[in-house]
Design a binder for this molecule. Structure first.
Ligand SMILES: Cc1cc2nc3c(=O)[nH]c(=O)nc-3n(C[C@H](O)[C@H](O)[C@H](O)COP(=O)(O)O)c2cc1C
Length: 201
């Protein structure tokens, strides 16, 4: 039996959120295949930690890394086998909630060995994790050469030692052809891709 943690990071209202429909569909297929697995959700909208941004004051007095906001969530990662991480593109990157979360769990000697020792020589300290990244973006893939939130997430989770499953990136959610579709209807277009990924994960 595996323990799965679904980390949701979209600021879009659940019923209107395409990334929420995407993760719901993924989990539906995952559950069918892995009926005994334990699945928990961390919705970053609802936790104080993810709403706190690192700044001069809280970094300097170390309160940003207090155990309730940092160690607790690192511990959570140590106690699960798989992560499903969901993020829409927001101004060419992951959401601010997602970034705040990563800032709290990317801690030297806790989730990776020291990163400046030698290029490429850092060691991820969460090698037990397997991560499925699910992303959405309003524009078609490649429109913004400087923004690839999917790749950023793959690199970041790989940095902490996780094995990365092939990501699903649903692009063009804001295109005219998708504008009249409900999130579920848009996700229907990707149903087979999602099913295959969920069964493999
Ligand atoms: C504040 C904001 C910023 C956004 N920035 C981008 C962006 O930089 N590039 C892009 O392709 N889409 C952008 N979008 C579109 C979203 O990525 C897209 O609509 C996404 O599907 C919304 O999240 P959801 O999947 O949870 O519904 C933005 C949307 C919002 C609300």
């Amino acid at each position: 039996m595996s323990k799965i943690l679904v980390i949701k990071t979209s600021m879009i209202q659940e019923e209107k959120s395409i990334s929420t429909a995407l993760v719901n569909r993924f989990i539906k297929y995952y559950k069918k295949k892995n009926q005994l697995d334990e699945i928990n959700t961390l919705d970053l909208n609802t936790v104080e930690m993810a709403n706190i941004t690192m700044n001069q004051e809280n970094f300097n007095d170390k309160s940003f890394f207090n155990s309730e906001h940092s160690a607790r969530y690192i511990e959570q990662l140590k106690n699960v086998n798989k992560i499903v991480f969901v993020s829409p593109m927001t101004n060419f990157n992951i959401t601010a909630l997602a970034k705040n979360y990563l800032d709290h769990i990317l801690v030297a000697d806790k989730t990776f060995s020291y990163k400046y020792a030698k290029e490429g020589a850092s060691i991820g300290l969460l090698p037990h994790l397997k991560v499925q990244i699910l992303t959405t973006q309003g524009a078609p893939f490649g429109w913004y050469q400087w923004g690839n939130h999917t790749k950023y997430l793959e690199g970041t989770w790989n940095f902490v030692g996780a094995r990365i499953a092939k990501s699903i990136n649903i692009c063009g959610t804001k295109l005219h052809e998708n504008s009249n579709l409900m999130p579920e209807q848009l996700i229907d277009k990707y149903d087979l891709e999602i099913k295959l990924a969920a069964e493999k994960f």
